[in-house]
Design a protein. Structure first.
Length: 737
């Protein structure tokens, strides 16, 4: 008893020290030469040493020099990379050697890319504005320091004379001209991507504005996850952001919403200092105390060296979080970026399925590191602990899992699991009850895309049935920018085509990808859904890119039109940032009745950092309702509960309490747009435990309410609206209107 009391008396920081030390140990063991991403500066040093041994073999010396300089660039030492290219060229020339055409092409491309990155660092990071890196780049987005982009132009244009088929160079050339303010007039006609390619048909949507820098929440990092959620139950949404690297720059960040239009960085005070890494993160309430806990997913993309522990962070209710991973029985060592929390056995406690990454390289290296990483299925024991029952439940898979989502695919009231696999057939695991699952993906034609990434389930057409969206990744040998340029030039895309499967309500699905307008090369690393314009239909936002620095393609937003098709509003809405996008979270950050969006930015290399964004919604002309559900017999946060609304306009709306798709953390509060409806005629809640139903009638719009399971009275929540457009910020507000 005394030791238990001593443990409870420790500060959160002291309780977290075990995990901090464990992470440091695992990070220190990584071999930079045996990993594709991260550790770029160390890998550059290794390659520099290796190339010195190859000076007597010209071709090998050239090859090692190229990859050395590439890693210098990847590490963020851009000016050094430029200097190293110059030094290498002088060295080759001084030795009377000459690069062949292919190597000359590679080094010229590398030099141009280095100058492009220099321009980004000098302008988009140091002299950042709300219009930075938003396509089409204009006005406040144009670089003040033009040397980087102009130098890249001077290199790319002669290269294109010899390689006109290189659409990636065409793309980069057009971007460079935009950054110096000379697009489209300055672009040689034969390489011009028409201005119409950067315009959307929808011109009524007001542009969202990035307010993260003004609010002090524009943390810089590489790829990671995000959560918007009320962490302290004060009625205001807070922010959690992770970064997937292994240094102090990749510290898990927690920002509390102060309720006065400002945020404060509470990373230190919450006790999470030293908890680095996390390609993804999500919220849960594992112990049913009504406080939102955090789950950090680590090791994804690290390959054989990705055996990093995840973290379950218990919300102590006093503004601090304690790592209880080992105590809860969740401590394991597998690379992952995806999981889903849901009450799969309807006992009132949240369980978790974790999809891990098994790759061919897992067998390389030391025996202790070279093992297969099976997926995990932890069943909540109701006492703060979990038991892994993946094998018994039929949920143990040894594949490269990139996304998972829970849905009721066959409409029997039980939560099923869809598993997105990169380089394999996707799985739909139907819940048979008694914690048994059977794969029905092949029988229902739900196995594609073959190269899948993030996934999510939502009722896109408001018919009461859970539909499925699955992002796709590269399916060609061409770079991402090549495929995006090919599409923007008016061609029919063929690579990285996602899938949208409509639930027919009878246990079957129909592929409606083409019919709904999603035959696009989207390359969605992360995506999530919310309502842009409060019309009651869920829209989809994609964070795009890949680890290569050349892959600066726009993030993309698609507006749902009456549940029938999706129109792109990426450019009209100011969503088309060309930096890498990852964890996307929708929530009403300012309590004004519409969805805002927080997105983590950055790539998988040390130098590929960018500022996270908070895109504030200015579209306030439609009605809304904010519903917080509280379970009593069901889990306290009502995760998995379903809501059906019938508005005074006769519109039927359906929502499920969840954190959204597989890469991001939407608020558990149901923020539902009502269009022009004056009231809600009917509101039904189907609770996840035993599918019990409550019904309410005649509810006023434009208010926040709480519904408690088995309580027939609706409680009104008094939430203060905030103003994020303060001082001279209004000048930036017009950048994308």
């Amino acid at each position: 008893m005394q030791s238990c009391d001593l443990e409870e008396n420790k500060s959160a920081q002291e309780q977290n020290q075990y995990m901090v030390s464990l992470l440091a140990e695992r990070h220190s063991e990584v071999s930079p030469a045996e990993i594709t991403y991260y550790f770029n500066e160390k890998r550059a040093s290794v390659l520099d040493s290796m190339r010195q041994f190859k000076k007597n073999n010209f071709q090998e010396y050239v090859s090692f020099s190229y990859w050395y300089i590439r890693e210098v660039l990847n590490s963020g030492n851009t000016e050094k990379a430029i200097q190293e290219v110059d030094r290498f060229n002088a060295e080759v020339s001084g030795a009377g050697q000459k690069l062949d055409k292919q190597w000359n092409y590679f080094f010229k491309r590398l030099e141009a890319l280095s100058y492009i990155r220099l321009g980004e660092q000098q302008n988009c990071l140091i002299n950042h504005t709300s219009a930075s890196c938003i396509l089409p780049i204009a006005n406040n987005g144009v670089h003040q320091l033009k040397m980087g982009s102009q130098s890249a132009i001077d290199i790319i244009e002669p290269l294109l004379e010899d390689y006109p088929e290189d659409l990636e160079l065409v793309w980069l050339l057009n971007i460079c001209y935009q950054t110096i303010g000379e697009y489209p007039a300055g672009v040689p006609a034969k390489y011009l991507i028409a201005p119409e390619a950067f315009q959307d048909d929808n011109s009524t949507l007001k542009g969202f504005v990035d307010k993260a820098p003004n609010l002090g929440i524009a943390s810089k990092g590489i790829s990671g996850g995000s959560i918007v959620e009320d962490l302290n139950n004060d009625g205001f949404l807070d922010i959690v952001a992770s970064s997937s690297g292994t240094t102090e720059k990749d510290q898990l960040k927690i920002f509390f919403n102060n309720g006065d239009g400002t945020f404060s960085d509470q990373t230190v005070s919450t006790g999470v200092s030293g908890l680095f890494g996390g390609l993804n993160c999500m919220q849960t309430d594992y112990n049913n105390d009504g406080l939102v806990d955090l789950f950090i997913l680590r090791g994804g993309w690290f390959g054989q060296w990705g055996q990093h522990p995840n973290s379950l962070l218990k919300n102590n209710g006093d503004g601090t979080f304690s790592d209880v991973t080992e105590k809860a029985g969740l401590l394991s060592f597998h690379p992952t970026q995806t999981a889903v929390w849901r009450d799969f056995n309807q006992d009132g406690w949240l369980d978790v399925f974790i999809g891990n990454e098994t790759t061919a390289t897992n067998t390389i290296g030391r025996a202790a590191r070279g093992k297969v990483h099976a997926s995990e299925f932890y069943v909540n024991q109701g006492d703060g602990t979990f038991k892994n029952m993946a094998k018994d439940a039929g949920l143990e898979f040894k594949q490269l899992i990139k996304g998972v989502t829970a849905l009721d695919a066959d409409n029997d009231g039980l939560e099923d699991i869809y598993i997105s696999i990169m380089g394999g057939e996707n799985k739909l695991m139907i819940n048979q009850g008694n914690l048994q699952f059977i794969d029905q993906a092949k029988a229902l034609n739900l196995t594609e895309p073959f190269v899948s990434f993030s996934t999510g389930s939502m009722d896109f057409n408001n018919d009461g049935f859970d539909d499925l969206f699955v992002s796709a990744y590269t399916t060609s040998n061409n770079p991402l920018a090549h495929e995006v340029t090919f599409e923007l030039q008016g061609n029919s895309p063929t690579a990285a085509l996602p899938k949208l499967y409509k639930n027919n309500g009878d246990g079957s699905f129909t592929d409606v990808t083409e019919a709904t307008g999603f035959m696009k090369s989207i390359y969605g690393m992360g995506f999530n859904y919310g309502d842009l314009d409060n019309d009651g239909y869920l829209d989809l936002y994609f964070g795009t890119g890949d680890p290569n620095f050349e892959s600066i393609i726009p993030n993309r937003m698609f507006r749902n039109v009456d549940g029938e098709f999706f129109e792109e509003v990426s450019f009209a809405g100011g969503f088309s940032n060309i930096q890498k996008g990852h964890g996307i979270s929708w929530g009403d950050m300012d309590n004004d009745g519409d969805h805002d969006i927080y997105i983590t930015m950055g790539g998988a290399h040390e130098g590929d950092i960018y500022q996270n964004q908070l895109l504030v919604n200015p579209n306030e002309d439609k009605n809304w309702i904010n519903i917080q559900l509280t379970g009593t017999k069901s889990n306290k946060k009502a995760v998995g509960a379903r809501v059906h609304l019938v508005t005074s306009e006769g519109q039927h709306l359906y929502r499920t309490v969840s954190n959204g798709a597989s890469f991001g953390g939407n608020s558990y509060a149901l923020e539902i747009g009502l269009g022009m409806a004056k009231s809600i005629d009917l509101l039904e809640v189907i609770w996840p435990t035993a599918n019990s139903k409550q019904t309410f009638q005649n509810i006023s719009v434009n208010q926040s309410i709480e519904i408690v399971e088995a309580n027939d009275e609706i409680a009104r929540r008094s939430l203060t609206s905030l103003n994020f457009f303060m001082d001279n910020d209004s000048m930036n507000h017009s950048d994308h209107e």
